[in-house]
Design a protein around this ligand. Structure first.
Ligand SMILES: [Fe+2]
Length: 297
């Protein structure tokens, strides 16, 4: 019997939030007002000049959860971001602490690479246990009455995943809007050959599938855009539109990645984000410190 509102049949409600400082999009995805929600890629602001955090980018997300009277069940990361600190722990603490923080299982490789660079204490385990759930490709979970499928989309990083709810897919940093192209592949664990396969997976979804970006850099000063269809990407994406070969894509990425500076917040971001957004413990003077390895990145 086909029943409206049965698990997996509902259409998601989606609210987007834009952090202009890091050009990051966060999302609240929910089944219905008063129902259940997931937060995707929430941001904790951070000034590398003063060392001050700023909860404003996550406070707008919390305000939405409150306004819609939502119970937060998931805090989803599309990968360990290198350009902003995750607001996951802050959002979890502000929402009764029952939501589960999740990421792709490839986070273990990212941890194994970076933990030694930061010289984390020997009790830091690169096994992903800092997160509440590690997703594998094809995993399915529920957000209230919504059914969400995990699509592994490595290439930008080895832990990158996309989240599909019906015909809506949150693609993380694999893709950007068609006029900005695709994500860099020069971070540790990044691989343009692997990203090409991930992008084919996304672009082989039905043409009217809506793809939601994690970043928008507003090229040419245009207005913010954060969602487009698979058909638009196939037709217009400057890096991966239909007809671009694997070899062409890999050559383009190698050439472009060689010109890119590191993200301004990569050093503070990675050390926090591979700990699921947890800041280090305060030292014996009550102050929290982030580390900067010299001549390392
Ligand atoms: Fe990224």
């Amino acid at each position: 019997m086909f029943r409206l509102g049965a698990k997996g049949l509902s259409k998601p409600e989606i609210q987007h939030f834009y952090d202009a400082t890091t050009a990051t999009l966060s999302y609240v995805v929910f089944d219905q007002p008063g129902g259940h929600a997931a937060v995707i890629d929430c941001v904790l602001g951070y000034s590398p000049v003063s060392g001050r955090t700023d909860t404003a980018p996550s406070d707008v997300v919390l305000a939405c959860l409150h306004e819609q009277q939502l119970t937060l069940t998931w805090i989803l990361e599309t990968h360990a971001h290198a350009d902003h600190l995750s607001g996951a722990q802050y959002v979890k603490a502000k929402t009764r602490g029952t939501a589960r923080i999740a990421i792709g299982r490839g986070i273990r490789d990212v941890q194994a690479h970076f933990a030694p660079l930061y010289n984390f204490a020997t009790d830091f385990k690169s096994d992903g246990h800092q997160f509440d759930r590690l997703f594998a490709n094809g995993d399915v979970f529920e957000i209230g009455t919504l059914e969400c499928e995990v699509i592994a989309t490595p290439g930008h990083t080895s832990d990158s995943v996309s989240y599909r709810i019906g015909s809506h897919v949150f693609v993380g940093d694999s893709l950007f809007m068609p006029d900005y192209g695709t994500a860099r592949c020069d971070f540790p664990g990044g691989d343009a050959d692997v990203l090409f396969d991930s992008l084919q997976r996304l672009l082989s979804l039905p043409a009217d599938t809506r793809l939601y970006m994690c970043h928008d850099y507003k090229p040419g000063g245009r207005d913010l855009r954060y969602v487009c269809t698979v058909a638009e990407q196939q037709q217009d994406n400057i890096h991966i539109k239909a007809g671009v070969s694997r070899a062409e894509f890999i050559a383009m990425r190698a050439a472009r990645d060689a010109t890119l500076n590191l993200p301004a917040l990569i050093v503070p971001s990675i050390q926090v984000n591979i700990r699921a957004g947890q800041l280090p413990d305060a030292e014996n003077n009550g102050i929290v410190y982030l580390k900067t390895p010299v001549d390392t990145f």
